[in-house]
Design a protein around this ligand. Structure first.
Ligand code: AMP
Length: 187
């Protein structure tokens, strides 16, 4: 099939049935804000992704291995026509483009992109679990998510993001300071 025709079909599919997706963003190596900005800019260049809104970026304490630098974290809401696995492949590719190096699990990373929510999909697969299983325990996810869409109802918890945030125990991963908005515009 002609490539312009394929592009048109893809575009109309995207326009007719985009899925609302929330991605987690994190970085704790090198130019952290720069890595997050680059990842957002790469997402923005993808044909089948439209950035809807971006949370504030906050500085947070590491979990897992404590002997590593502070993280910057945020959440971005996108609309996409990509399947969950194509989206996973896309974000893994963006991580490599931004310069993520292979290191220990839970360890430092130039950039980390996670699929938190993909519409109302519930998926358990060896390569992909949606909603992201840890998101409900992480203040550094729920807080920026809540800034974008506090009334979003989590597909398996039957609670809103605001409710999940309010019911977190006080000792759940502290935030250290709120930071600036990112540079990528969503206009
Ligand atoms: P990470 O170390 O966070 O980059 O993730 C490592 C692996 O987790 C990925 O290569 C995925 O196969 C897997 N994974 C499972 N569920 C998810 C999800 N919801 N979002 C991103 N990665 C996931």
């Amino acid at each position: 099939m002609r490539s312009d025709l394929v592009a048109t079909i893809r575009r109309s599919l995207f326009e007719s049935s985009p899925i609302e997706v929330f991605l987690g963003l994190g970085s704790n190596v090198g130019n952290r804000q720069g890595h997050i900005d680059q990842a957002l800019a790469q997402l923005d260049t993808e044909n089948q992704i439209r950035i809807d809104s971006i949370s504030s970026i906050i500085e947070t304490s590491p979990i897992g291995w404590a002997d590593q630098p502070q993280f910057l974290n945020g959440v971005v809401k996108i609309e996409t026509a990509l399947s969950p696995f194509d989206l996973l492949q896309t974000i893994k590719h963006i991580e490599i483009q931004v310069g993520r190096k292979k290191r220990r699990r839970w360890g430092p990373r130039e950039i980390d992109l996670d699929i938190l929510i993909y519409g109302d999909l519930v998926l358990e697969h060896p390569q992909l679990t949606i909603p992201h299983p840890e998101m409900i325990h992480r203040r550094f996810v729920l807080e920026p998510f809540s800034e974008i869409q506090p009334d979003f109802v989590h597909p398996t918890q039957n609670r809103t993001i605001r409710q999940l945030l309010l019911q977190l125990p006080d000792d759940a991963v502290s935030l250290t300071k709120p930071l600036v908005q990112t540079k990528v515009s969503t206009d």
